[in-house]
Write a protein that binds this ligand. Structure first.
Ligand code: 4LM
Length: 392
């Protein structure tokens, strides 16, 4: 079958109903192990001389379907599925480094990624530092003889700062350093980092890809050679793999990714504009806002601005918490990308593990809130926000 458009492939890629009794919905191969015809056939599968499944930590047909689908969405050669976004991040980072290496990282990252980098430094002497990557010269000056990975979130959680993925990948190529991009905030519908030169894309599939707040999962996509190596090492032997049922839920959720993302983006654009005008709010951080410092970069590398808005409440931490407690429709919860609008307080929640000094450098004040705009009517979301803001 010819390659079709994104909206079509996200529904059909890699599944042939007539090979499965005509079942429109793909089967869940809920099995731990696979029976071999003969001892010789089993031996051949282990030796890689015969195609076929062996054991679900190595591969499973439902999970493989998801891996093929995400690879197609990201325009990559091969996908890998993990039991969480952090299982994907740790398998990739541990797979690409050894003791003595250095990871150059964007100016901020999700709190648990920060925790992982700290652990890798303390236990394995794999160092890291955070860098704005704002221009080629300063990026070059930050690369050391020991840099073996450049790790980027764009937009960065929760400050929404962007990194020019094309520029970073171009410079990194000169040094032969792989660039890993965590594309969780955009999903492949809004941004495809492999197309603009990066080497590996990571997702917390828990978020927009799932879309319904009922799965914890991670995905990675990249070149076949590299991802196959990671599959046989840090994925297989650390073993943080995805269950067939979670893969099935993700295959289901992803079918509606484009329509959901369109609504998330439309809602967020309207709400960001309204938040900006409210006297109790300052510093609305939204890449779709024309006053956003990296608006031009957002237009260059993202097809739309996404569904996340961060903003500061005028006043102090207590006022930010009071505001959150006054909300009714909007739920106080970490995570993002769900049908429900969620709000969280990064300095005491997703980024609580980050020491205050680093948090301040990243731009995470204790008045900063992150709103994951859901799929509800924007008027109802705004009514809830406005009522709570007016109480401040
Ligand atoms: C949150 N985030 O922000 P798992 N990469 C990014 C993330 O935002 C996350 C992960 C990886 C949040 C979770 C509580 C950019 C998670 C890790 O949670 O391991 O699937 O993904 O609210």
């Amino acid at each position: 079958m010819d390659t079709k458009r994104f909206e079509t492939e996200v529904i059909h890629k890699g599944y042939h109903a007539l090979q499965h009794h005509g079942s429109l919905s793909p089967p869940i191969f809920q099995t731990s192990t696979f029976v071999f015809d003969t001892a010789e056939s089993g031996a051949k599968r282990f030796a890689g001389e015969e195609e076929g499944f062996i054991y679900s930590r190595l591969s499973n047909p439902t999970v493989a379907m998801l891996e093929e689908r995400i690879a197609s969405m990201e325009n990559g050669e091969k996908g890998l599925a993990f039991g969480s976004g952090m299982a994907a991040v740790s398998a990739i980072l541990l797979g690409l480094t050894k003791t003595g290496d250095h990871i150059l990282c964007s100016e901020g990252v999700y709190g648990c990624t920060f925790g992982l980098l700290t652990l890798m430094e303390e236990k394995y002497h794999i160092t890291h530092n955070f860098h704005s990557m704002s221009d080629e010269d300063s990026l070059r000056s930050a690369i050391t003889d020991y840099t073996t990975v450049i790790y980027v979130e764009s937009p960065i959680n929760p400050t929404m700062k962007l990194v020019d993925i094309e520029m970073v990948s171009r410079v990194a190529k000169e040094y032969g350093i792989p660039v890993v991009v965590d594309n969780t905030f955009c999903s492949p519908y809004l941004q495809r980092p492999l197309d603009i030169g990066c080497d590996v894309v990571i997702h917390s599939a828990t978020k927009y890809l799932c879309g319904h707040g009922d799965v914890i999962g991670g995905l990675a996509v990249g070149k076949k050679e590299l991802l196959s190596h990671l599959a046989m090492t840090t994925q297989k032997d650390i073993g943080g793999v995805m269950s067939p049922f979670d893969a099935w839920l993700l295959l289901r959720g992803m079918k509606t990714l484009p329509v959901r993302m369109d609504r998330h983006c439309d809602n967020a654009k309207k709400l960001a504009a309204l938040l900006k005008e409210h006297p109790a709010v300052e510093n609305v951080l939204f890449p779709g806002d024309e006053d956003f410092p990296q608006y031009e970069l957002a237009k260059k590398q993202m097809s739309n601005a996404g569904g996340l808005i961060s903003f500061e409440i005028k006043g102090n931490k207590a006022m930010a918490q009071k505001f959150m407690n006054s909300l009714e429709l909007i739920k106080i919860a970490v995570s993002l990308g769900d049908a429900e609008t969620l709000i969280q307080h990064p300095s005491t929640m997703t980024h609580a593990v980050v020491p205050e000094e680093n948090r301040m450098q990243m731009g995470i004040s204790d008045r900063l809130l992150r709103l994951s705009v859901g799929l509800e009517a924007w008027e109802d979301i705004w009514a809830d926000l406005e009522k709570a803001l007016n109480q401040l």
